[in-house]
Design a protein. Structure first.
Ligand code: ADP
Ligand code: ASP
Ligand code: MG
Length: 406
């Protein structure tokens, strides 16, 4: 008998009626003779509310305690869903991350799954139980509760699907598939029928939050077929699978945007060996992930250095660089939270020239200033003012021929 892993996101479980809707979908799959393991997110907005509450206590809540708090969001929905299923006379049981043996490293707030000891889930499934696992949470080697970073329930789902060798991992969400751009921003975005792990990794890393990036990494590593689809319709969604020769090979296959970035600039940094190391080592040591780095050459032995970090790390990074600037005798440290990264992506770009020039021209036509640029052979990213992000996505989507037919 096959195993189907289903993950339901926050918008699928916003209240008891929605939880009942989810329960009906689960029992339908179960009644067809499948074994079902469900991964559940917190109700939409709850994780944010819990963070807000913690911030009312202190500006910098202790990370261990914050994870204990955040894990309650998923604990609530897991219990409510299992209760709903039992009330419908189905054998169901909820498991928290530690009970489902989701073992992680110790990086509170952004922990990585190391392995899943799927013994307990497997035993319950073998007895034909519907197992409901709280997503987004795990346990570290010291027995502490950890969380997996925003959107982490996707990763719980794919990791559990891999460990159970499930037939498929279905990700149920509020859109009916993966699109060529965020469909909530770009009405002309087209639904993609099938996308390769690599291309989805690319999109997720550039801001397409429909799947958490680590979930795609797991899916690729363990070859888990992932089906992203709507929790509210019966429509087929998007399959994320190994590369398939039948897939479309467009030069630009998607446009993504990411508003979760902030910029830090150190002005007039001495142009000497070791200075970049002094700037980035304390940032790395405090666990902040740096994305883009640009260094401009200035006259007379000085340079300006700009880099981006996630918005949540902005204040911490600014404080660190304030200290570094004094030490290395840089002139000033500036920061800006109102930026966005807009990217065009596509593996077909490898064999084409002129994509970057075209992107810059399109942005120029809208009078959108480019603050930073970074490229690889399969993407081009520009940092722009945050208020232009949606406009930029739409004009790029049209100009690169991605709009759906009317
Ligand atoms: P869930 O709570 O179900 O995990 P998320 O909000 O994390 O849902 O992810 C779904 C959202 O991802 C959509 O509502 C959509 O706005 C956003 N999204 C961004 N880029 C894309 C894309 N290329 N295709 C589909 N959805 C996208
Ligand atoms: N509840 C968590 C979040 O909001 C995890 C998830 O929904 O995947 O980020
Ligand atoms: Mg999500």
């Amino acid at each position: 008998m096959g195993i189907i892993v289903q993950k339901y996101g926050g918008t699928s479980v916003v209240d008891i009626d929605h939880i009942r809707n989810v329960a009906k979908r689960i029992t339908k799959t179960y009644d067809q003779g499948n074994n079902v393991v469900v991964i559940i997110s917190a109700m939409a907005g709850v994780t944010d509310e819990l963070i807000d509450m913690a911030m009312q206590v202190t500006d910098s809540p202790e990370k261990r305690e914050l994870d204990v708090l955040l894990a309650t969001g998923e604990q609530t929905t897991a219990a409510l869903l299992a209760m709903t299923l039992k009330a419908m006379n189905y054998p169901a049981m909820s498991l928290l991350g530690y009970q489902a043996e989701v073992h992680t490293d110790c990086a509170f707030g952004n922990a990585r799954i190391l392995d899943i000891g799927a013994g307990r889930i497997k035993d319950l499934v073998d007895e034909r139980n519907i197992v409901v696992v709280a997503g987004f949470q795990g346990i570290d080697e010291n027995g502490n509760i950890t969380t997996l970073g925003r959107g982490g329930s996707d990763t719980t789902a794919v990791a559990i699907a891999a460990s159970l060798k499930a037939d498929i991992c279905e990700i149920y969400t509020d859109v009916d598939g993966i699109y060529t751009a965020d469909p909530n921003v770009c009405k002309k975005a087209r639904k993609i029928v099938a996308i390769s792990y690599d291309e989805m990794l690319n999109m997720a890393s550039l801001g397409a939050k429909v799947l958490q990036i680590r979930s795609v990494g797991f899916a690729k590593k363990y070859n888990v077929p992932v089906h992203v689809r709507s929790a509210f319709t019966e429509e087929e969604g998007t399959m994320v699978v190994n590369e398939d020769s039948g897939m479309e090979r467009l030069v630009v296959s998607a446009v993504t945007h990411d508003k979760n970035q902030a910029r830090i600039t150190l002005k007039k940094v001495p142009d000497q060996p070791g200075v970049a190391a002094k700037i980035f080592t304390p940032i790395a040591e405090s666990g902040i992930v740096v994305d883009m780095i640009v260094q401009n050459t200035r006259a007379e032995g000085h340079t300006d250095l700009t880099f981006t970090v996630p918005k949540v790390s902005f204040e911490a990074a600014l404080e660190i660089e304030g200290r570094v600037a004094e030490e290395i005798e840089a002139e000033d440290v500036l920061g800006d939270k109102n930026i966005a990264k807009v990217s065009v992506v596509g593996v077909g770009m490898k064999d084409h020239s002129g994509v970057a020039a075209k992107m810059f021209n399109i942005l120029a036509r809208e009078n959108i200033n480019i603050i930073m640029i970074s490229t690889s052979e399969i993407r081009i990213s520009c940092i722009i003012e945050e208020k232009y992000a949606e406009l930029a996505v739409r004009v790029l989507h049209t100009a690169f021929g991605l709009d759906k037919e009317e």
